[in-house]
Design a protein around this ligand. Structure first.
Ligand code: MG
Length: 283
């Protein structure tokens, strides 16, 4: 199956409580999804086959599998620094090993992209810690390359400039970006449109998510809101995606899994908004 340019998608999960369930993606009628990885006991050959046969039934294409780990928490920005991704030192080796397993599971799903929040990358490029994070990034990229996959870094925890340095220092041809404009605002790491222009040549997948700035950017969270209601200028976002030559899917992310009915309604509204903008901008 080949997706049309800017095919709509939605962020889903099987058991992680992020995004929506696959059945909701089907009800929404979107042609593509990204999937948050299931927990370790759900990453079996049988589970992969079950999932693939559902995808086939629903006519949905899987475009990226996101890694995630037990013990991660997005409670507030300091907690993110302490718990998210491959960066935290205490869990670094174990999570690298698990991310490689997620890459293997992704291969079972026939998908050529894994994504992740790598965590808050150390800022001092000359530090030993930074070099170690670069080294595990290389190991992950090399493992993924053996599975025929690219690695997409979710944006937000770094400024665009820091992310560019990090990718360039890692020196791996399969390392790219999953651009999330709302995260730049939520984390207070910069205006998303100039950031997208700066890193555009590395962007291979995107999230369509919206948010509002915190009154203390970078210290406290901004607020995630329904698409079109926040500080991401969606028209400028899509125009910039066109400008950088991006033709991949537009994957809607709305993280209010505690309110599934509202989540579904808001995603449905987002699909309408994006379809309208796509019509105006892409053609
Ligand atoms: Mg995102």
């Amino acid at each position: 199956m080949t997706l049309a340019p800017w095919s709509l998608g939605v962020f889903t999960s099987i058991d992680a409580g992020l995004g929506v369930k696959l059945e909701v993606a089907k009800e929404l009628g979107v042609p593509s999804i990204q999937l948050h990885t299931p927990h370790a006991d759900g990453r079996t050959t049988e589970a992969a086959q079950r999932f693939l046969s559902k995808l086939k039934d629903y006519g949905i294409e899987l475009t990226c599998v996101f890694g995630g780990f037990d013990g991660e928490s997005y409670a507030d920005i300091p907690t993110v620094e302490r718990t998210i991704g491959l960066v935290p030192r205490e869990t670094r080796a174990a999570r690298l090993a698990e991310m490689k397993e997620i890459s293997d599971f992704t291969r079972l799903l026939g998908c050529s992209v894994i994504g992740l929040h790598v965590g808050v990358v150390p800022h001092d490029r000359s530090s030993k810690d930074y070099q170690e994070v670069i080294e595990i990034t290389r190991q992950l990229c090399d493992h993924a390359a053996n599975n025929g996959q690219a690695v997409h870094l979710e944006t937000g925890q770094e400024t665009a400039e820091a992310l560019l340095h990090y990718i360039e220092d890692a020196k791996r041809k399969n390392l790219f970006i999953n651009f999330d404009p709302a995260n730049m605002i939520l984390y207070g790491t910069g205006e998303p449109i100039p950031a997208l222009k700066m890193v555009g040549h590395y962007v291979r997948s995107v999230h369509c998510k919206d948010g509002t700035w915190s009154d203390k950017p970078g210290v406290t969270w901004g607020c995630e809101v329904p698409l079109g209601k926040g500080d991401v200028d969606m028209r400028a976002y899509l125009s910039t995606l066109k400008e950088i030559g991006y033709t991949g899917p537009l994957t809607i992310e709305r993280e209010i899994p505690q309110e599934p009915e509202r989540q579904k309604a808001e995603i449905l509204h987002a699909t309408g908004l994006l379809e309208q903008l796509r019509k105006e901008i892409l053609t």
